[in-house]
Design a binder for this molecule. Structure first.
Ligand SMILES: Nc1ncnc2c1ncn2[C@@H]1O[C@H](COP(=O)(O)OP(=O)(O)OP(=O)(O)O)[C@@H](O)[C@H]1O
Ligand SMILES: [Mg+2]
Length: 446
């Protein structure tokens, strides 16, 4: 956030305790908060002075949050709006997105989720006038993504190539590697940064519902459809629709997606005529789509349509050079949040991290550092780490595949001795040799 002045945030919520919580969080972010407990007062504040961002609740007595968002869209179209909504009111989310809200936060949310959402919104307004791409040097990070590894540099470079087109992007990678972060980076680095970014988890919404959520439905399209309702495609018009876990889309949804991409138009459920939409599609998958295609579970033609640009995020264990930077970032962020000095992470701890395979990738690292910050003060030692990280994993036990048998043997003996607190009798028993042989091996030079 490199703004000339501290950005000001107008907070609107009829619940006083919520308003106070928001005010304190925004203050802690170094931003200037204004508060209003109703929409009329909020409009008064807007007319008085510069407001950079508005965060508003939707359900308020009197003038509703939706009306406030509409007012902002008409009178202050440059002020981004972050809307707070209760789950699962998808209708509201869709409606406010259409009115121009940039982000919505689902209640209940953590302080961290609020902070990230506000930063994204601020980045969006900071990103609008930017045109010149940063120099092609080694970058520390890009739109919140951190890492200097070769793999991440390539990711940043490809994201940049998506900025002035609307090509579909497929992001693949194991769980927790940052697929959604990449999708957001693409959106906020694009010319459509001020338009909505809408994320839909295709794996979390039941099949029949997903179709109407995505494309909308007309009144009477199915039992229970008492009103017409727009879908996520309409809500994301002009912006980005992020289809997470695309491998879970049903054949019916796949067919409709294919048509939406080919014809740039969609048909609401129960509608007779299609409508045009202008949406960039980014999809993410952590399953192997080509394998699904071979087994008949995913349409090949759709795969190629979704995959004009492909970004693959390598697992964290394959870019361990990014570990120190990520650890440092999470350590500082969570410490700041808890109002305590950051932990001192010792080199052996970082070495343990580098040897650990991180099945949950960056998310697992983030959670671990969060736990450590909560539980510890001062210095972190390897003994503070969870047991499963400390016990030598197969990867850690084999430093290199190109070592001699003798070197492997020495390493194994050392590991066993360590496990039994240097008790040679026990070690010999485990190794299946007698104590004399063990002593001989220990004397062996090297
Ligand atoms: N390069 C990165 N720099 C900083 N934070 C990151 C990076 N990659 C991931 N994260 C953080 O790790 C967490 C997981 O990221 P994200 O949700 O984007 O992963 P994902 O690939 O979508 O995971 P899943 O497959 O489980 O949905 C997030 O909290 C995100 O902020
Ligand atoms: Mg994800």
């Amino acid at each position: 956030m490199s703004m000339p002045h501290a950005p000001s945030v107008l907070l609107v919520d009829d619940a006083r305790d919520m308003l106070e919580l928001l005010r304190r969080s925004v203050n802690a972010m170094g931003l200037t908060p204004f508060t209003a407990d109703n929409a009329v007062d909020a409009i008064g504040i807007l007319e008085q002075g510069p407001v950079d961002v508005v965060i508003t609740d939707l359900n308020m007595p009197g003038v509703s949050g939706i009306q406030l968002v509409r007012y902002l869209g008409e009178h202050h179209p440059r002020i981004p709006v972050l809307v707070i909504t209760g789950y699962p009111k998808l209708e509201d989310a869709v409606q406010v997105m259409k009115l121009g809200a940039v982000e919505y936060l689902v209640k209940p949310f953590t302080q961290e989720e609020l902070r990230q959402a506000v930063e994204r919104v601020l980045r969006a307004i900071g990103a609008m006038p930017s045109a010149a791409p940063p120099p092609a040097t080694v970058r520390d990070g890009f739109h919140g993504l951190l890492g200097r590894s070769r793999a991440m540099q390539e990711v940043y470079r490809v994201i940049e190539r998506t900025s002035n087109n609307k090509a579909t992007v497929l992001v693949t990678g194991e769980s927790g590697t940052g697929k959604e972060m990449v999708a957001r980076a693409i959106h906020y680095n694009s010319a459509s940064a001020a338009a909505p970014f809408i994320a839909v988890n295709c794996g979390a919404i039941p099949d029949q519902l997903l179709e109407s959520e995505l494309f909308g439905h007309m009144k009477g399209a199915f039992t229970g459809a008492t009103t017409s309702r727009a879908g996520f495609f309409q809500a994301a018009d002009g912006g980005t629709l992020f289809l997470d876990e695309i491998g879970n889309a049903s054949p019916a949804v796949q067919a409709k997606l294919l048509r939406a991409i080919q014809d740039k138009e969609i048909t609401m459920l129960g509608a007779t005529r299609p409508q045009r939409v202008d949406v960039r599609l980014i999809s993410a998958a952590n399953n192997d789509l080509p394998a699904m295609i071979r087994q008949g579970g995913f349409r090949e033609d759709l795969y190629y349509r979704l995959n004009l640009i492909h970004i693959h995020l390598p697992p964290l264990r394959d870019r361990t050079e990014d570990l120190p930077r990520l650890v440092d970032h999470f350590n500082h962020r969570f410490s700041r949040e808890l109002g305590k000095p950051p932990l001192r992470i010792t080199p052996p701890v970082l070495e343990t991290f580098a040897a650990y395979p991180w099945p949950g990738n960056v998310r697992e690292l983030e959670h671990l550092v969060h736990r450590l910050v909560i539980l510890l003060d001062g210095t972190v030692a390897t003994s503070d780490l969870p047991m499963h990280m400390r016990s030598p994993a197969p990867r850690a036990a084999v430093p290199d595949t190109l070592v001699s048998l003798a070197a492997m043997e020495r390493q194994h003996i050392r590991a066993v001795l360590e496990a039994v607190a240097q008790n040679k009798t026990k070690a010999a028993a485990i190794l299946g040799i007698d104590r004399k042989t063990l002593r001989g091996k220990l004397k062996d030079p090297g």
